[in-house]
Design a protein around this ligand. Structure first.
Ligand SMILES: C[S@@+](CC[C@H](N)C(=O)[O-])C[C@H]1O[C@@H](n2cnc3c(N)ncnc32)[C@H](O)[C@@H]1O
Length: 395
């Protein structure tokens, strides 16, 4: 065999392991570059580290080394004159990038995120989550107690949503639905895209009050008149008023017992003939299994699931899976492909079904009195539009 016909050899195992382990060096450098805002500063043309250092407040030689390092993995490109230019990958880290992953990059570099990975061994040994062990609070409570970190998380989720939402809006015939409630819908990017693509549809965005505070800016313009924004916890209630309930990337944040509580609260309000739509990765996806994402979920106390896991979890709250739409264009590679799962109610009255499910799982039944349709007093209701920019604007 001569050189021209020789098959390319796979790198030896130790090289592949080294490459995996040094991913953390690349991630640290890319996150730092994004935090410093370098990708924004080279948008208009090449810049040297010297020029940027004074703008950023950095030490010139250290900044040069950072930029040279990220350029070695395609994030910036160094010219013969020592100036660095934008590349397609650095453009994704601009705050105005389309798409932008700057918020997600910043989140992965936060101390709470990094410490979670350092605690993975603790999580594997105990089956417990990291944030409670480190900060004494589960992740969403920690984010509520640390509003700056909460903002970083919300921006990261909005970044991911901006990438996935158009494909989700396109993957399903939302025209068959009259009104949809996006439960745990973050700041509303997905709901905005679905409403924009479906002119007759009305929507309710539901998430924690401090999260939906950022939603009026996103659910603005043409869609504002067709949606409501409700703040509250899905462990307390889920707004009534939808004939479809949507959750994207929500159930994977929770262990089965908590996931059941959320689903039960949807079961209480979903009308007969209603639909539940879940957008989640599947660990057993043939194309891109979500195994690595499951490590993040293990660290924060959630779990990625197989199709069989979803079937049995949902059946315990009397939803039955009707179909799975898998779309490779939906979902970041790390999380595997997103799958849009369409559930319908199993026969019977929703309220009875909740009691059945509760009995089966031996959870004490404590249902609130049934509320007539449309008369629920939501703790936090924001009507998007001019003058409704924060929770303080509520009547
Ligand atoms: C992984 S994010 C997904 C956000 C959004 N669905 C998306 O795909 O971009 C999970 C969401 O669940 C929300 N969440 C967490 N705990 C909640 C609770 N108790 N009640 C309502 N929403 C909650 C978070 O604030 C967050 O927006």
């Amino acid at each position: 065999m001569n050189e021209a016909t020789a098959k390319p050899q796979a790198p030896p195992a130790h090289v592949r392991i080294f490459e995996l382990l040094s991913g953390v060096f690349a991630a640290g450098a890319v996150t730092c570059l994004a935090r410093l805002g370098v990708p924004d500063l080279v948008e208009k043309g090449p810049k040297s580290a010297e020029e940027l250092a004074s703008l950023i407040g950095a030490q010139p030689d250290a900044l040069y080394r950072l930029m040279r390092a990220t350029a070695s993995v395609g994030v910036l490109s160094e010219g013969a004159d020592g100036k660095f230019s934008e590349t397609p990958m650095s453009a994704v880290l601009r705050s105005n990038g389309t798409p932008s992953l700057r918020g997600f990059a910043i989140m992965t570099g936060t101390e709470w995120h990094a410490r979670g990975w350092a605690h993975l061994e603790y999580c594997v040994r105990t089956g417990c989550q990291a944030p409670e062990n480190i900060f004494g609070a589960p992740m969403f409570q920690f984010l509520e107690q640390n509003p700056e970190q909460g903002k970083i998380f919300n921006q990261a989720m909005s970044d991911l949503s901006a990438i996935d939402s158009p494909a989700v809006a396109d993957a399903y015939n939302f025209g068959e639905i009259r009104s949809i409630v996006d439960v745990g819908g973050g700041e509303g990017g997905l709901l905005r895209d679905i409403l924009a693509a479906t002119p007759e549809l009305r929507g309710i965005l539901f998430d924690l009050p401090q999260v939906v505070a950022g939603a009026p800016a996103i659910l603005s313009g043409d869609v504002a008149a067709r949606c409501q924004i409700v703040g509250g916890s899905f462990f307390d209630f889920v707004p009534e008023g939808g004939n479809a309930y949507l959750m994207k990337g929500v159930i994977h944040d929770w262990p089965d017992d908590d996931a059941v509580k959320i689903l039960q609260n949807i079961r209480r309000v979903i009308p007969p003939g209603g639909t539940l739509l879940l957008v989640e990765s599947l660990v057993d996806s043939k194309a891109r299994p979500a195994g690595l994402a499951d490590m993040l979920m293990l660290a924060i106390g959630g779990r990625e699931r197989t199709e069989a896991d979803f079937r049995s979890l949902l059946a315990s709250t009397r939803f039955s899976l009707t179909r799975i739409i898998a779309d490779r264009s939906v979902g970041a590679a790390f999380f595997g492909d997103y799958h849009l799962m369409d559930y319908e109610l199993m026969g019977g009255d929703a309220r009875e079904a909740v009691i059945d499910a509760d009995k089966k799982r031996n959870i004490p039944v404590n249902l609130p009195p049934q509320v007539p349709f449309g008369s629920h007093q939501w703790p936090t209701l924001i009507t998007p539009g001019p003058g409704a920019k924060s929770l303080a604007d509520l009547p």
